[in-house]
Design a protein around this ligand. Structure first.
Ligand SMILES: [Zn+2]
Length: 134
């Protein structure tokens, strides 16, 4: 079955991130300059502008910082998913990332709930990081 939702554009900067996701590992950037981590991955630390950055593997655990339930799909390709949860998750390592909470019970989702990572292999090239209630 063909995947019809929009796909990310993989470039030189984001290639390690997407390659790791294919292996079911979530990478974030950690700064040697200030010690902070960030997401999405960038060439320069958004906290101190250092370019001394390392990739580290996230544990895949987090807490829902905020969310919304999309009852009207973002486009025809998302119609079968509605209602679905779009959330901002605070990772255990500190950074926040936007993703989906995969659940059949969208009305049971709450801010502060613990979530864990799962991987959605959507094409041969792209795996997306999603979350489920822990
Ligand atoms: Zn920094």
């Amino acid at each position: 079955m063909m995947y019809e939702k929009p796909l990310p554009i993989v470039d030189q900067e984001s290639r390690p991130y997407w390659d790791a996701l294919k292996q079911h590992r979530l990478l974030i950037k950690s700064c040697r300059g200030c010690g902070q981590r960030h997401f999405y991955p960038r060439e320069l630390c958004p906290h101190c502008h250092s370019d001394e950055l390392d990739w580290i593997e996230a544990a895949g655990e987090g807490v829902i910082y905020s969310y919304t339930v999309a009852r009207r799909p973002a486009g025809p390709a998302f119609k079968a998913d509605a209602p679905y949860v779009v959330a901002i998750i605070t990772l255990a390592e500190g950074p926040r990332m936007m993703s989906n909470i995969i659940t059949d019970q969208v009305d049971a989702v709450r801010i502060g709930q613990r979530v864990k990572l799962l991987f959605e292999d959507v094409t041969d090239e792209i795996t997306l990081p999603k979350f489920q209630l822990a």
